[in-house]
Design a protein around this ligand. Structure first.
Ligand SMILES: NC(=O)c1ccc[n+]([C@@H]2O[C@H](COP(=O)([O-])OP(=O)(O)OC[C@H]3O[C@@H](n4cnc5c(N)ncnc54)[C@H](O)[C@@H]3O)[C@@H](O)[C@H]2O)c1
Length: 352
């Protein structure tokens, strides 16, 4: 499969994985920034380097493109790529408004091209273990869950010339998928309604940041469960993920900080008996050893699943409907902050 990658900051690690994978050839890359293109030229030596997505998707040799551009561009760029006949792997989130989400759902659903959202929290070792315990029945029915995602990204909010990037005004709930993905992937539930609120520290400490420091949403799932999500990109607290699942047979919590992806604690039945387990990625010899990048092995599993789905026409693990089920609760959560009311999260299946 011939692949092109758009957006060469986080996207560089994906380009390296496509270049290393035995089933794909990294043929082309694109970025609007000349420095990023130069770096990619030096490190990856792809056949073609473009300065726009339009030029990339016009390359007839490409079967698929991976889009790792700023989040506000994803939906429109994915639509353009699908319409150009490419299979698309999209960075999270899928969309940032209900209007573009609806358009995206319509275009992807009426195409035979594969769409997959690259959500790593479906493949993190702790989540894979939680899913296994859930499927074995160890947790029973999950009636309450929590997810926290605190990731201060102050250094990515301004360009070198001081102009703000999209992250300087990113409302935390518009980036919900790292928190929503594990619960939704595990249970098959859909978050149907939301009440949310936000808070900030003192404005003279915000350094020009134009969003709430933290936003917390309470969701009610279609299966009756409560789910709380807290997101912050202005945390003074160290970066951390946390997942908690309470089932009627057992419960599971992940570790924190550097143990968030690999350590879980679970109990079943007897509340005194809490087990600590270190969870590991599967071996992935198809990639010929370790690769650089923040998310290494989760990205490899995503690439393998994407290529498999595109090659066979089967459903990818995070298809357009699940991607929107992971994304829309945050968009509607922001609406709830503004209205002060519980808001209904649309079912994207009703749009197509
Ligand atoms: N764990 C994760 O899943 C994870 C982690 C980091 C980033 N992300 C997502 O990946 C995406 C990229 O993240 P990032 O940190 O690299 O963002 P970024 O804004 O730092 O970099 C984006 C890159 O895209 C380029 N770009 C901008 N507009 C473009 C266009 N129209 N066409 C082609 N290239 C363009 C920029 O020059 C830049 O090099 C974001 O949507 C982010 O949400 C996901």
């Amino acid at each position: 499969m011939n692949v092109g990658v758009a957006g060469l900051r986080f996207g560089m690690s994906w380009a390296q994985i496509f270049a290393a994978y035995s089933e794909t050839d990294l043929l082309a890359v694109c970025d609007v920034g000349a420095k990023r293109r130069d770096l990619a030229r030096a490190q990856l030596e792809p056949d073609a380097i473009y300065d726009s997505l339009e030029a990339l998707i016009a390359d007839d040799r490409l079967d698929a493109v991976a889009i790792f551009t700023p989040a506000p561009l994803h939906a429109q760029q994915v639509i353009a790529a699908i319409q150009a006949g490419k299979h698309v792997l999209s960075a999270v989130p899928a969309a940032m408004t209900l209007d573009e989400a609806k358009q995206l759902a319509e275009v992807v659903s009426s195409s035979d091209r594969t769409y997959m959202m690259a959500e790593n929290w479906v493949h993190e070792p702790v989540v894979a273990r939680a899913v296994q315990l859930y499927r074995e029945g160890t947790l029973g029915q999950v009636y309450y869950a929590e997810a926290e995602y605190y990731h201060g990204l102050q250094q990515l909010r301004r360009r070198q010339d001081g102009r703000p990037t999209w992250r300087n005004s990113l409302q935390p709930l518009l980036y919900p998928t790292h928190g929503t993905a594990p619960y939704l992937h595990m249970t098959g539930d859909r978050l149907a309604e939301v009440m949310a609120s936000g808070a900030s520290g003192r404005s003279d400490r915000a350094d020009g940041y134009q969003a709430d420091w933290i936003q917390t949403a309470m969701f009610r799932g279609e299966q009756g469960a409560l789910f709380r999500l807290s997101n912050s990109f202005q945390n003074v607290h160290a970066a951390s993920h946390l997942l908690i699942f309470h089932g009627d047979e057992g419960s599971l919590e992940t570790g924190r900080f550097d143990q968030a992806r690999t350590v879980c604690y679970y109990s079943s039945g007897d509340e005194e008996d809490v087990r600590r387990e270190v969870c590991e990625h599967p071996e992935l010899p198809q990639f010929g050893g370790e690769l650089a990048g923040d998310h290494g092995r989760t990205s490899m599993q995503i690439v393998m699943a994407f290529v498999q789905a595109a090659a066979t026409g089967s459903a990818p693990p995070v298809d357009i409907m699940l991607a929107l089920d992971m994304t829309l609760p945050g968009i509607v959560g922001l609406q709830s902050i503004r209205s002060g009311n519980w808001e209904q999260v649309p079912d994207p299946r009703s749009w197509t």
